[in-house]
Every structure is written in C-alpha cells, then in structure tokens.
Design a protein around this ligand. Structure first.
Ligand SMILES: Nc1ncnc2c1ncn2[C@@H]1O[C@H](COP(=O)(O)OP(=O)(O)OP(=O)(O)O)[C@@H](O)[C@H]1O
Ligand SMILES: [Mg+2]
Length: 276
C-alpha cells in the first residue's frame, strides 16, 4: 500500500487535536424525567488517528458522536474540533459523517449524491465533476457513477455514503455503525477499504461500533463505554501497525487485542493483556 498523502491531504496544517471533548455531560429531559446519557467524558483524538467507541446499547455512543458533530449540544463541558468550537467546525465542513443507513437521496445518481456536499458548498461544476470522479474511483464504483441508489447493493450504497462523507476532503470522519446492516463478508471488505482510505487521506476517524473485531482491526485506540450513566471506562491502545489486511485478522497480536477489548467491555480483569 502506498501512502501518498500529499495529494489528498487538506492544505491546512494544524497541531490541534482533531477532537477534544472535556468534561462533557449530556442530560435529556423526557416526560418520564431526566436521562443522564453522558457524564464526565474526556476524549482527545489526534489528527490522523483512528478511534473506535464501543459499549452496550444505550451507553451514549451515538450521543457522544452527535455532540462532536454539533448535531446536539452538551449539557456541560466543551467540544472542540481542530481547536475550534464544534459549531464553527460544522459550519466550516471540517468533518464528514456517515451513519448506519447510507441515507442517500433516491432521486439522485451515485455521482450526484457524492457531489452533494460540494454543491452545497458552492463548488463549481467542473471541479465538482473532477472530484466526484476521484471519489468513485477511491471507493471502487467507477462503473456505477450514473446508477441510482436502488440499483445498488447495501454495501455499494454504504460506499457511496463514505465517498460523500469524504467529498469536501475533511480531516475528520464521524461514523456511527456504518457497516452495521451489512453481511460479514461485505463488512470485512469495507473495513479494509476504510482503513486504506483513512490512511491515504490522513483523516482522523471516530467510529462507533458494536463489533469488537471490527474495532480492533480498524483502530489505533478503542474507547470502551458503559451505561447508566454513559461514561468512558477504558481506553485501549491497539498499536497493531502495518497494513490492515487479511493476514492481520489471523495474527496472534490481533486475537490478543480482541481478548483485551472483550475483557474491558465485560469489566473483567485484563492482566493477560497487560503482561505483554
Ligand atoms: N433525544 C433523546 N431524548 C431522550 N433520551 C435520549 C435521546 N437520545 C438518546 N437518549 C438516551 O440516551 C442514552 C444513550 O443513547 P445513545 O443513542 O447515545 O446510545 P448508544 O450507545 O448509541 O446505543 P446503541 O448502541 O443502541 O445505538 C439512552 O438511554 C437513550 O435512551
Ligand atoms: Mg447508537
């Protein structure tokens, strides 16, 4: 794998972390009373770093991602992206976002779905077309540029969603279970693709998943969360290095990390992982 980042990397160089969440809490007021969705969250994601959030249903993973994306506001604490307030970062389109459902516009072709963020940003037609061509190639959909979403498989739709998230060359991708609805083989394939794309573009990624192997395969660090109230209970460095390929999935180091994350998730001691 070649890592020529010079082309794809955005021109801004900044030493500020991609994400900095400090003392963040989130309380939802409902008819039944207050729900403490998050409490005391401290999280820093370095530029170019891949961090996964994992934890049982209801522990606040999506809520945390929504705070980072400024789709919802923290009840306490602060959220900064590249040293800016989350609101500013949203207005500046500093990140791309992809969810469990691809969320494509059915009346737009693949090319027009991918180009949408650029269109909204006022990018000219010729530049947009050139960028879309690059992006469809990056996600391996060149032959499907003029198709409509309902003519694509679920995995292909998800690749369109990833391409769309990358359209404005963000330095940060926010992804909430983007492969959750896919079969295991497509899922593993797209994991490899995402790892390659993240490396090639130099983008940081915050990735929500329920899958321990997926988190280990992709991440530099795995953040383990627990519910009632939602909080971070563990942060595990993965540090597998090297290419994310099929050999990695069968390596002893990989299994070791999977075990460590599983134990952290279940609240069991992690001595064995610490011994190495
Ligand atoms: N808009 C809302 N109003 C009220 N409560 C909410 C709202 N959004 C989330 N919650 C509550 O906050 C908690 C965290 O929800 P969140 O969706 O972040 O969990 P999650 O970790 O993403 O779960 P899952 O793995 O099932 O997607 C839950 O108790 C949920 O019911
Ligand atoms: Mg969720």
């Amino acid at each position: 794998m070649t890592l020529d980042q010079s082309e794809a990397q955005p021109s801004t160089t900044t030493t500020a972390p991609a994400v900095r969440v400090a003392g963040a809490g989130k309380i939802f007021s409902t008819r039944e009373g207050e729900v403490v969705a998050l409490t005391g969250v401290e999280l820093e994601v370095a530029a170019g770093e891949f961090v996964s959030l994992i934890g049982p249903s209801g522990c606040g993973k999506s809520t945390l991602l929504r705070l980072i994306a400024d789709l919802d506001q923290a009840s306490s604490g602060t959220v900064e992206l590249f040293g800016k307030h989350a609101r500013r970062a949203r207005l500046d389109q500093d990140y791309g976002i992809a969810f469990q459902q691809a969320g494509l516009l059915p009346w737009r072709t693949v090319a027009d779905n991918i180009g949408l963020p650029l269109q909204l940003h006022g990018t000219g037609k010729a530049e947009r077309a050139a960028r879309v061509r690059e992006l469809v190639e990056l996600v391996g959909l060149t032959e499907f540029t003029d198709r409509y979403p309902d003519q694509l498989s679920g995995g292909m739709q998800q690749r369109v969603a990833i391409a769309r998230a990358l359209a404005s060359q963000p330095k940060l991708l926010l992804m909430d279970e983007p492969f959750g609805a896919l079969d295991e083989m497509t899922r593993e394939y797209l994991q490899s693709e995402l790892a390659r794309i993240a490396a090639e573009t130099g983008a940081a990624v915050v990735f929500v998943t329920h899958s321990i192997p997926e988190a280990v395969f992709l991440s530099d660090r795995v953040v383990v969360m627990s519910p009632r109230p939602g909080r971070i209970t563990d942060v595990l460095p993965i540090g597998l290095g090297g290419p994310r390929d099929e050999a990695l999935r069968e390596s002893p180091e990989y299994f070791e990390r999977v075990t460590a994350v599983r134990e952290a998730l279940h609240g069991a001691p992690v001595e064995r992982a610490n011994e190495r």
